[in-house]
Each structure stands twice: as C-alpha cells, then as structure tokens.
Design a protein around this ligand. Structure first.
Ligand SMILES: [Zn+2]
Length: 178
C-alpha cells in the first residue's frame, strides 16, 4: 500500500510511505520534500477496526476515521491525449480520414488512450484527514466522494476545526433551531 499521510488536525501533507496493511505496522517512517531538503518523520498508525475480514481497508489508520471514498488518479498525460483526440476528430470531420498520416496518428492516439486507462489507478481517501491510500484492494462499499457522507464524517471529527470546510459548514441542528 502506498500511504500519503495528512495531519488529522489541519490536513497538512505529512509525507509518503509504502507499507503492507496485512502486517499492521504500528508506525511507519514518512518521507517528504521540504524547501531545505528531504525530511523523515515517524507516524503512529492505529489499526483497530480499520481492516475488514479480508484485510481490506475500511477506515483510516492515520486518524481513525471510519469512512473512505474512492478517487481515480489519472496520469498527467491525460489533457495532452484529450487535445490530440480533439484534433483527430476535427481532421476526420474535415474529410482527411482516409489520409494514411491521419490514420497513423489516430492509431498512435488509441495506443496512448489504452495506456492512460492502464495507468489510471483508483485510490482510497479518508473523509476526515484526506490521507490517501494507493495500490489497495477496493471494497464494493467504497463509493466516490459524497457531500452527505463528508458532512457526517466532519461532524464526527471534532478535532478538525481549523479546516475551512469544517469552519464554514453550518451545523444542521443549529440551523433548525434558528
Ligand atoms: Zn483519516
């Protein structure tokens, strides 16, 4: 598993580490780049109730949050491929589709597209602290980001008070009383 840990208080990036969730390591060595150079720092993980019966992640070992959402990470190549695809469609519409050079270009494009799909990865993100977990098995219960679930997770996370989302989000119970 590739861990990209964030601070549970202010969601500041803490660093990255690679670990095996099956071994439930109580702490990992995080590495991150600072302006003065690389920094290493220990992070303690809490595995109680975080893994399901198949040792898949269902909670966050960094902050103890109980909900994760899935997020698809696309390689940086994607916008470039989209522009090329648009150019190819325009050329085809202008009647150049039987030009061997256009056909060759479209063939290259198709290969790039398949490559992008191949390298796109789904990762899990914690609703509370926004720590990311890559290269993990994704359970069916993990859904994409959801506003209601996010509000619930932040409401439970009393510790997060400095994040702008938590500070500006109105408390539903307060809103009903006024
Ligand atoms: Zn978390």
């Amino acid at each position: 598993m590739e861990l990209e840990a964030r601070d549970p208080q202010d969601r500041r990036p803490l660093g990255r580490a690679v670990l095996d969730p099956a071994t439930r390591p109580p702490r990992v060595r995080l590495k991150r780049q600072e302006p003065d150079g690389p920094v290493e720092e220990d992070l303690f993980l809490e595995w109680e109730g975080v893994l399901d019966d198949s040792a898949r992640l269902r909670g966050c070992p960094v902050c103890g949050g109980r909900s994760l959402f899935r997020q698809r990470s696309l390689p940086a190549l994607t916008p470039f491929v989209l522009v090329l695809a648009f150019a190819g469609v325009v050329l085809a519409l202008l009647g150049h589709a039987d030009d061997p050079r256009v056909l060759f270009g479209l063939g290259v494009l198709l290969t790039l597209d398949v490559g992008v799909l191949f390298f796109a990865r789904t990762r899990l993100v914690c609703y509370r602290c926004r720590s990311r977990f890559g290269r993990v098995p994704i359970a069916r219960q993990h859904r994409p980001w959801d506003a209601a679930e996010s509000a619930r997770a932040e409401h439970q996370a009393g510790a997060i008070t400095s994040s702008p989302e938590a500070a500006t989000a109105p408390d539903p119970e307060d809103a009903e009383q006024t």
